[in-house]
Design a protein around this ligand. Structure first.
Ligand SMILES: [Zn+2]
Length: 151
């Protein structure tokens, strides 16, 4: 009948139950079942895989070629280890700068600090001036009414 057509596994996956014909399935062999036993991902799953059970590509990768997956994940994490995006993740990224650029940055941040101090000082002075004006305004108004009452 279908002689010559390559035999394919059609699932279902013993982990997720998926049997989508578009997905590639792999049959568990006596070799791969040993790998599954050692997989760190198997602990999270409530299954006992047997030889000839099938796995979808995703779960095959997770349970059998996990070493490759872990390597990839490790590299990904390394690339993303920037504390500004991952506040809880690992060490902050190391950045290399020329000494000139580094000194410029330090200078700039000092200037920003100075500007901030200066702004704070101005704000305080402005507040004092405003309250002085307000007090004087009340004083003048009070005097004005006092003077009015005299007549
Ligand atoms: Zn699956």
């Amino acid at each position: 009948m279908s002689k010559g057509i390559k035999k394919k596994n059609f699932g279902p996956c013993i982990v997720c139950g998926n049997h989508d014909p578009d997905i590639e399935y792999r049959r568990i062999t006596t070799q791969t079942i040993l790998k599954i036993d050692r997989s760190p991902n198997i602990e999270n799953l409530n299954i006992e895989p047997k030889v000839d059970d099938q796995l979808c590509k995703k779960h095959y990768n997770e349970l059998i070629v996990y070493e490759r997956g872990m390597l990839k994940m490790g590299q990904k994490q390394k690339n993303c280890r920037d504390k500004s995006y991952y506040p809880s993740g690992g060490h902050p990224k190391r950045i290399c700068l020329t000494q000139e650029k580094y000194e410029n940055l330090i200078e700039t941040s000092k200037k920003v600090d100075e500007l901030q101090k200066h702004t704070n000082k101005l704000e305080t002075e402005l507040e004092q001036a405003l309250s002085y004006i307000i007090i004087n305004y009340y004083q003048i108004t009070y005097n004005y009414f006092t003077v009015l009452q005299l007549y």
